[in-house]
Ligand binder design. Structure first.
Ligand code: GLN
Ligand code: ZN
Length: 784
């Protein structure tokens, strides 16, 4: 009764009173760690800077955990997760749990503390950090375990057990969450030196003993349930990988006896074969499915669900910020209940709430109507519980009708629907949009106009963002300085950047983007259909968070967004000045997108708005326009069968933006990743005149595409140095890299540019680096 006493604290549900003591089956897969005001971020950064102690950091973390647990308990959640907290990343926590610290960190056994842990995450004086990569198709990044045949697993972090006990001491019977052993191995990479020859799954025998120890300790601490997250089950796995699940869980079966076990999947539906494997696993009590992204999950379950097992039905979306459509979810739940039985259905989130914002309560500046359409993590917990109550006959009518009213208001709101935009976007479907002339003819026409040297030099957009610059923008936003003062300050900055590029003798200039703090927010703020939160942060990696804009309605462009600054910049120089835009796919992929129409429709709307901007820039005399698609790859669906469709509409959206320009207008695009060997044909199909891409880690990977005979006729600028590092590359080094590219690519299509924008660098680094870059280009021109 300790938990139930606090139920009455919840104002939205307290009228249910005593009846809520009946066990309503509700479950949360995982919860954000940062805190409603990014408390963890600030505590971490202060600890890393040596400004606070380990104890202070631990205190902040413990407070956050207890607040979250209590909040879930107060909301009435039955199955509350523990160990979903992390100081950095849950995969790194698992690496620590199994003692798989790479030798370079000099860890000598014993319980892993902050030293070894944060060294792996961030590097230390003698060893670089472990690699970080995207967690499935989210914007969360995990630390990739490095495993070789010599790895000696040992039980080296008791975090899961400690956090379980901590919750228990607070009166919360939690479900400890572990990254499952098979997903852990599949998400790892082979250690250096064994890349080709080593099968990660061969380690399954070695890793299971540690999991057994953890399980045994959790049992003796009083755990009744345990959750293994095995999200790799939603991927296209070969049969030997599926067999690894069967094998691992039958190995664990006797250890798990006496515990209830959930295998949790998320981010897509589970492919048919994987579903068979999953539902046949030994020793498992229940299965968690994403019913939001997993569009076929429902059919799978209808097709057969093992009797007597629990179904954790993820109907509340953990990937966005929209209020759930409660009555629609209730219908789904009731249909599922008919299949699996009343006692066996548990209402859940589609995935961990890690991927949504924390608490709507802090959004004091959001418009009231828009706010009524939203639910962040804290509100989603309440939704899950309301659905569980409704399912068991305790429907909170007031809560449901408020939800229905919010949905109705969204459907009919004039701020959501713009008929003209809807019509224009609908007209795009099924048709194709391409420039009339092919790329080589266009490049000829452009060269006549631009008259560029061979191996032309350029940069990708932003120049260093100084403190003064940030201050000017902040003060203008807060109306502390007038528009005139603001324009004057930005104009001076642009002038400085233009003069610098002329001195450096760069061929195609940029204005430096001093007026932008973020490449998506800047456009979102000027487009209609977008809303912005003050505190809607989502963890990206470690202490880093992003605050995605919310696309709630039809997107349109009330007026030109960049023409003022770009034409001002062009007027300062005789050299070509690049107009600088963010592409529709990137704006889409870095926002919270409305879920009441397909994503491609929203993307087409943004494409039309950007198209108008491209055409206005062209009219204003801007002959080179860069449309960044930094995030095109991020939206690639997890499952191969869905990728072609995505690439088709994404690439189409990009082409829509510039299909109407003259041959002499040169369209550039830029991408922040080099791993596109598998999507190269889609990239070519974007039909940009020039593409600049990240290339800092390996020339080989990129060049192998062309060596293997992919036909490529457009301009290409593989980054010649890494802007993520303060290191200044020498002229020889850059020349050497360009030479390697020239061995594979024609000299008349090659551009010379850095990897990405220079925003995060200092002028002290940028000036010598660019000067060496231009020197390298000139050196090679003389040799060609
Ligand atoms: N034009 C942007 C800049 O230079 C590109 C940034 C990016 O690709 N992430 O800042
Ligand atoms: Zn970039």
């Amino acid at each position: 009764f300790r938990r139930s006493s606090s139920l009455f604290l919840n104002p939205t549900t307290n009228r249910l009173g005593f009846f809520r003591l009946r066990t309503m089956a509700s479950h949360i897969v995982g919860y954000p760690r940062m805190g409603p005001n990014r408390e963890l971020k600030f505590a971490l950064e202060s600890f890393w800077d040596g400004k606070s102690s380990a104890e202070e950091l631990q205190k902040v973390a413990a407070d956050l955990r207890s607040t979250i647990w209590k909040q879930m308990a107060d909301a009435g959640i039955k199955y509350i997760p523990s160990n979903s907290f992390s100081y950095y990343d849950q995969v790194l926590d698992t690496t620590a749990m199994v003692g798989a610290v790479p030798p370079r960190y000099g860890w000598n056994g014993g319980e892993i503390g902050f030293d070894a842990y944060f060294s792996m995450a961030r590097g230390n004086a003698s060893a670089p950090a472990m690699e970080m990569t995207k967690w499935f198709d989210t914007n969360y990044h995990y630390i990739v375990p490095e495993l070789g045949p010599d790895v000696k697993f040992s039980y080296a972090s008791h975090k899961a057990v400690n956090e379980f006990k901590e919750a228990k001491a607070l009166g919360i019977e939690s479900i400890p969450v572990l990254v499952g052993p098979v997903s852990f191995l599949l998400l790892s990479k082979p250690a250096k030196g064994v890349e080709k020859s080593f099968s990660l799954l061969s380690l399954v025998e070695n890793i299971l003993p540690v999991y057994k120890e953890v399980v045994a300790e959790l049992k003796s601490a009083g755990a009744a349930w345990i959750q293994f997250d095995e999200p790799t089950l939603v991927m296209d796995l070969e049969s030997h990988k599926l067999q690894a699940f069967t094998h691992a869980y039958s190995e664990l079966e006797s250890s798990l006896a006496g515990l209830n076990v959930i295998i949790e999947t998320y981010f897509a539906d589970v492919p048919v074969e994987a579903y068979k494997t999953l539902t046949a696993l030994k020793g498992v009590t229940g299965f968690g499915f994403d019913l939001v992204r997993g569009t076929r999950t429902l059919d799978l379950i209808k097709g057969g669900f093992p009797s007597g097992k629990h179904l954790f039905a993820g109907v509340v979306d953990g990937r966005n910020i929209w209020a759930n459509d409660l009555s629609a979810s209730l219908n789904i739940l009731q249909a599922l209940e008919d299949i699996v039985g009343k006692e066996k259905i548990v209402v859940s989130t589609s995935c961990s709430l890690l991927h949504t914002a924390v608490d709507l309560v802090n959004e004091t500046k959001l418009d009231k109507e828009i706010k009524s359409w939203l639910a962040f993590a804290a509100q989603k917990v309440v939704e899950v519980n309301a659905l569980a109550n409704a399912l068991s006959g305790q429907k909170d009518e007031a809560f449901f009708s408020a939800n229905a009213a919010a949905h109705a208001s969204k459907k009919s709101s004039p701020r959501v629907t713009n008929e003209a935009v809807q019509k224009a976007a609908a007209a795009l479907k099924g048709s194709d949009h391409r420039r009339a002339t092919n790329v080589s003819a266009r490049l000829d026409a452009q060269q006549k106009k631009l008259n560029l040297p061979i191996l032309p030099t350029t940069t990708l957009g932003s120049f260093p963002q100084t403190m003064e610059l940030r201050k000017v923008r902040r003060e203008y936003k807060a109306r502390k300085i007038s528009e005139d003062e603001y324009v004057k300050a930005i104009k001076e900055e642009i002038n400085k950047v233009v003069k610098l590029q002329e001195e450096l003798d760069i061929d195609v200039l940029v204005h430096g983007e001093p007026e932008r703090n973020d490449m998506v927010e800047y456009f979102g703020e000027q487009l209609s259909g977008f809303a912005f939160t003050v505190n809607g942060w989502v963890q990206s990696y470690g202490s880093r968070c992003v605050k995605p804009p919310i696309i709630y309605g039809d997107v349109s462009r009330p007026k030109a967004m960049t023409v003022f600054w770009s034409s001002m910049a062009q007027s300062m120089t005789g050299r070509p000045m690049k107009g600088m835009l963010t592409g529709p796919v990137t704006i889409l992929n870095w926002s919270f997108v409305r879920d009441d129409q397909p994503r491609f429709e929203t993307c087409y709307q943004i494409a039309l708005a950007i198209k108008d901007e491209v055409e206005d820039l062209e009219k204003a005399g801007i002959n080179v326009i860069q449309i960044d698609e930094a995030a095109l790859r991020e939206g690639l669906p997890l499952r191969k069968s869905e990728q072609a469709f995505y690439l088709d509409w994404a690439v189409h959206s990009f082409r829509i933006t510039n299909c109407g320009v003259k041959d002499t207008s040169q369209i550039h695009t830029h991408m922040c990743y080099s791993n596109f060997n598998d999507i190269i044909h889609a990239i070519i199909d974007m039909d940009a005149d020039v593409i600049s891409i990240e290339n800092s880690r390996s020339d080989e990977k990129l060049l192998s595409i062309f060596r293997e005979g992919v036909k490529y006729g457009a301009g290409i600028g593989p980054g010649v140095y890494d802007i993520h590092s303060p290191r200044i590359p020498s002229t020889e080094e850059i020349a050497d890299r360009v030479n390697k590219m020239l061995a594979v690519l024609e000299s008349n299509i090659l551009w010379v540019n850095p990897d990405c924008g220079l925003k995060t660098r200092k002028y002290g680094e940028v000036k010598p680096a660019l000067s060496n870059m231009v020197a390298a280009a000139k050196l090679l021109r003389n040799q060609l």
